[in-house]
Design a binder for this molecule. Structure first.
Ligand SMILES: Nc1nc2c(c(=O)[nH]1)N[C@H]1C(S)=C(S)[C@@H](COP(=O)(O)O)O[C@H]1N2
Ligand SMILES: [Mo]
Length: 256
């Protein structure tokens, strides 16, 4: 099982690499994907990882919510612009949606809360080897992107965050950011969460808004989201690999 998982994650990395290299016509071809999944007699679960990107992540009952949900990575960003937002109770916070969109948006927290929403109880899996179950409520990403209107040619959604995780790196590389493709952006469980376990998101968990992208590992779930940018490719963003950790060697597609 361990070998299979390792093989699969290697394959996911290869597929992600090919995607980034622009070979999407091949890797997105269902026949090619089926063929890859059938090889080595993969289990149903493994096939799902490769073929069924639209399947829902498992949801849990309220009784299963973790009493202590660990906070990880940035937990109290010191960036002055972010501190000022915290002081004002996020009254001046705006979520910018721009890039390859017809109608750029700048939404207050109240406006975001008025968007089509979803609540889900899911398990967060960090690559460092811990998991926790929490309830998340937030604006569905798909309807938000439809409101902005994606332009033809947009293929990735980039999440720019407020926190500098690596103060020693040049500015463009020290700031946290993440990216997902349109399959995950339009996945029904992909939300911009503003509530956790029924209360407004705490600073340590990414206040006022963090991404939940439930089919992927923890580092994809960008906290402190300030700006959402639709792009054609990831080359010009940060270190060019699609995320803070990806720029440091992590896989871009971190499917669970
Ligand atoms: N902006 C930002 N988002 C981030 C991180 C971070 O350091 N900064 N850490 C990531 C990692 S590795 C994990 S496991 C989760 C942790 O979320 P939590 O603090 O709510 O547990 O956030 C992810 N999103
Ligand atoms: Mo993580």
């Amino acid at each position: 099982m361990i070998d299979r998982r390792r093989w699969l994650s290697g394959m996911a990395a290869a597929a992600a690499g090919a995607l980034l290299a622009g070979c999407d016509k091949l890797t997105m071809n269902p026949v090619v994907q089926q063929g890859l999944a059938m090889a080595e007699g993969l289990t149903r679960r493994a096939q799902r990882l490769v073929v069924d990107r639209k399947a829902l992540a498992q949801e849990f009952s309220p009784a299963e919510i973790s009493p202590d949900f660990r906070a990880n990575g940035s937990t109290s960003p010191g960036d002055p612009a972010y501190r000022a937002l915290v002081e004002s109770g996020f009254a001046d916070w705006r979520l910018v949606v721009d890039g390859l969109v017809e109608r750029p948006l700048s939404l207050s927290l109240d406006e975001l809360r008025a968007q089509p929403a979803r609540t889900q109880i899911t398990r967060h899996d960090c690559v460092e080897g811990w998991s926790a179950i929490g309830q998340w409520s937030g604006a569905r990403l798909g309807p938000l992107l439809d409101r902005a209107g994606l332009k033809e040619g947009s293929r990735y959604i980039v999440f720019h965050c407020a926190d500098t995780l690596d103060p020693n790196a040049p500015a463009a590389l020290g700031r946290y950011y993440e990216s997902i493709d349109l399959i995950d952006a339009y996945h029904p469980q992909s939300i911009l969460a503003y509530d956790m376990n029924g209360a407004p998101l705490a600073v340590k968990h990414g206040a006022p808004v963090r991404l939940r992208v439930e089919r992927q590992l923890g580092y994809k779930h960008a906290k402190y989201v300030m700006r959402i940018e639709a792009v054609a490719d990831l080359a010009g963003i940060g270190g060019g690999k699609g995320g803070f950790w990806e720029d440091r060697g992590y896989e871009w597609y971190a499917g669970i």
